[in-house]
Every structure is written in structure tokens, then in C-alpha cells.
Design a protein around this ligand. Structure first.
Ligand SMILES: *Cc1c(COP(=O)(O)O)cnc(C)c1O
Length: 395
């Protein structure tokens, strides 16, 4: 095991800071390391493993598709792509879809779709929000606002501005007839699990009507039922024109998508956009199993219910530790526990005690559990966290 870590240090660009554990397999909400130690995984592959690990329904369709074909190219109509497209369009009410390999690539496609759509009407400025994260490629990065991700990569795409997250008047003052669209995460993920306010959501919808701009929802992290609705936009009464999905839709295989409604349905014509691997048939087969399981097993409702349970137990803990826990935010299986100090030491201690959680935006413990996480799992997390906070003696 040690050898792996040493080799990696020498071989890889140093972009990833790895955890010091060597996972050999996963089952349900649990991961197991080489020594057989068990971990409750509360960040589920950073929102990818919505159904957990070793899911028979996914494994089966992946095997079947691998034996049929793993790639054909975009000269061919492919059954698993078409089936998944139908499921996504039925679930979102959108008109058309394009499949990619990743979130950022779906975001790039959405930017291109919006630009082409706005060309004739003189609409060209995309508005992003402060504290946002939309991916690492240059277009997505131009919309991403956080300095941590942008520094050193200038210059960015022109015709992109950023306005303050949840600032209703600030937003309006930056919108005019040349505004192409507003790109937003309904709940900011990397930024620390911050939902948009209902006032801000209302203003987005008002501006969409008033200026005829596009609402472009980055649901890469929030989508596919995670927040207790198929799209998080549904919580806020927003009907986006373009929706971007990735993370959970491939069941662990690389897959992303952007979908557009009737307004943008005819914008793309033959040859104007494409991808060699986008919509890989094996990934799409897995995607079909993911959607079927989530919708067929009532997991959207389950995600909402278990999230409520976890939030209320965390809020009760906040009463006990008012000087350690600042606020608990989130919906469904996307929860942030903001501490009054650095969250990394707490996350490290959780790991030692067999629980995987993620630290984001310095002070936030982010939980992105599989939707199948149980009350027992949540209770184990709550009692462990409580014990850690008690041990720190701040409260
Ligand atoms: C993860 C994420 C992305 C980037 O997706 P990749 O697949 O890593 O390119 C973009 N936007 C949001 C909101 C995300 O959570």
C-alpha cells in the first residue's frame, strides 16, 4: 500500500491531495480498505454514487452492454443513449439532450448552445454568480467565480460577468437587453452548500420573462433527485431553459448531459457540436439503471426524508454545541454543516473513526451520501460528530 502512495507522488502532477487510506472495495454505503477497516461513506464519490457501491441493477446492465458493444461512434443510433434521453426528457420536461463525458464538458456545450442561440438577437453576456463552481475547463472556469480555481489561468472568456450570489438588486442592475443568460447552481456545492433564496429565485424567473434571457441551471451536483426533487430548480419554482447534469447520472461511469427546452431546441444543426466519447453506450446503459432505480424505488422521496432526518438531528446538535456549529444548510442528500472554525481537523477525526465526509470552503463539512443511507448510518454519524465536538471542548 505504501508503495502506491510513493509511486503516485513521483508519477503524477500534484493536483490531488489523497486521503491516507487505500480502498479496495465498496458495498452499499460502505467502503473497505486493504486492512479490512470499514468506512461509512457520506460523500459518495462527491455526489456520483447516488446508489452507493456494487449496485446489482447497474452491474447487470453494464455487463450486458459491454458484451454487445462498448463504442460505435456518432455515425450510429445507439439504443442505450436513446433510452436514457427519453428518461431524462420525461423527468425534466426539457425538449432535447446532448451527452458528454463529464460535468465541465456539458457546461462547455451549454455555453456554446447559449452563444449560438443569442447570436441573432444580439444577446451575448453571460452572468455568473459569486462563490460559484462550474468546472475546470476554460469556458466553465470563466463562469466559475472562486479565486482558488481561477488564479493563474487568465485570460478567461469575454462577455462573462459575475454578480453577488443571492443579491436581488445587484443582479437586476447588471441585466439588460444584451444579457444572454444567467448561469447558476440552485444550491452551490463546492461553495459550501448554499441554496439560492426564494427572493433570488423569484427574481431569476422575473428577469427570464422580462428580458427573454436564458436561465441555465448547473444541476451537476444537485440533479437526479439528490435534493428531494428530480431537479433542485423545482424547489424554487424555476423552469430553466438549459439544464446541465453529470455526476450521479452514469452510476459511477463518466457521463454528463445538457438539456434544452423548446426555446433552444432548434439552435444546434448538423455538425456544429460533437464529441467522440460523449454518451458512451456503457455509461448510458448504467444511466438508464440509475434513473429506473431512483424513480422506481421512490428514492427521490427517500432522499428528501433522510435529509430532513439528518438536518433535524444536526440542528439539535447545534443547540448543544452553539460555539462549534454555526449553521446547518441543505436539502435531501446535500447537506453542509458550517463550523465556526476550520472543518478539516473534524473531517480528519471522522475518518479515523470510520466516517468519510468532505471539507469544502474551509469551514463546511459537506455530506453527499447515497440516497440509500439509513437512519442508523445517520445516527452513527451524529453520535460520532457529537463525541468529537465534545472532545474539542469549545462548548
Ligand atoms: C462537479 C461539478 C462540476 C464539474 O463536473 P466535472 O465532471 O468534474 O467536470 C460543475 N459544476 C458543479 C456544480 C459541480 O458540482
Amino acid at each position: 500500500m505504501h508503495d502506491l502512495f510513493i509511486q503516485e507522488e513521483q508519477l503524477f502532477f500534484r493536483t490531488y491531495k489523497r486521503l491516507g487510506i487505500d480502498i479496495v472495495r465498496g458495498e452499499g454505503c460502505m467502503l473497505y480498505d486493504r486492512g479490512g477497516k470499514q468506512y461509512l461513506d457520506l460523500f459518495g464519490g462527491l455526489a456520483v454514487n447516488a446508489l452507493g457501491y456494487n449496485v446489482p441493477a447497474i452491474n447487470r446492465v453494464v455487463h450486458d452492454q459491454v458484451e454487445r458493444y462498448m463504442h460505435l461512434s456518432n455515425f450510429f443510433v445507439q439504443e442505450s443513449q436513446v433510452k436514457l434521453a427519453k428518461k431524462l426528457i420525461d423527468a425534466t420536461g426539457m425538449s432535447r439532450v446532448f451527452f458528454t463525458n463529464s460535468g465541465t464538458e456539458a457546461m462547455e456545450g451549454a455555453i456554446k448552445l447559449a452563444r449560438k442561440w443569442g447570436k441573432n438577437g444580439g444577446k451575448k453576456v453571460l452572468v455568473g454568480l459569486s462563490n460559484s463552481f462550474h468546472g475546470r475547463t476554460m469556458g466553465s472556469l470563466s463562469l466559475t467565480e472562486r479565486a482558488k480555481y481561477r488564479e493563474g489561468y487568465e485570460p478567461f472568456l469575454p462577455n462573462i460577468i459575475h454578480v453577488q450570489f443571492n443579491d436581488v438588486t445587484g443582479l437586476r442592475s447588471h441585466i439588460d437587453a444584451s444579457t444572454l443568460g444567467i448561469v447558476f447552481e440552485p444550491i452551490q456545492g463546492e461553495g459550501g452548500v448554499h441554496p439560492i433564496t426564494s427572493e433570488f429565485a423569484h427574481e431569476l424567473v422575473t428577469l427570464q420573462k422580462e428580458f427573454g434571457l436564458l436561465l441555465i441551471a448547473d444541476e451537476i451536483q444537485t440533479g437526479i433527485g439528490r435534493t428531494g426533487r428530480f431537479l433542485a430548480c423545482e424547489h424554487f419554482g424555476i423552469r430553466p431553459d438549459v439544464v446541465i447534469l453529470a455526476k450521479a447520472i452514469g452510476g459511477g461511469l463518466p457521463l454528463g448531459a445538457f438539456l434544452g427546452n423548446h426555446r433552444v431546441a432548434e439552435t444546434f444543426t448538423y455538425g456544429v457540436h460533437g464529441s467522440t466519447f460523449g454518451g458512451n453506450p456503457v455509461s448510458c446503459a448504467a444511466g438508464c439503471a440509475v434513473i429506473d432505480t431512483i424513480l422506481g424505488d421512490g428514492l427521490v422521496t427517500q432522499a428528501a426524508a433522510i435529509g430532513d432526518y439528518l438536518v433535524s438531528s444536526l440542528n439539535a446538535m447545534k443547540e448543544m454545541f452553539p460555539r462549534s456549529i454555526k449553521v446547518v444548510r441543505g436539502l435531501g442528500c446535500m447537506i453542509g454543516v458550517e463550523l465556526t472554525s476550520d472543518a478539516q481537523p473534524v473531517v480528519d477525526e471522522l475518518l479515523t473513526r470510520g466516517i468519510l465526509a468532505n471539507c469544502t470552503n474551509t469551514t463546511v463539512i459537506r455530506l453527499l451520501p447515497p440516497y440509500t443511507v439509513t437512519r442508523d448510518h445517520c445516527d452513527f454519524f451524529a453520535s460520532t460528530l457529537s463525541d468529537i465536538l465534545k472532545g474539542r471542548g469549545t462548548d
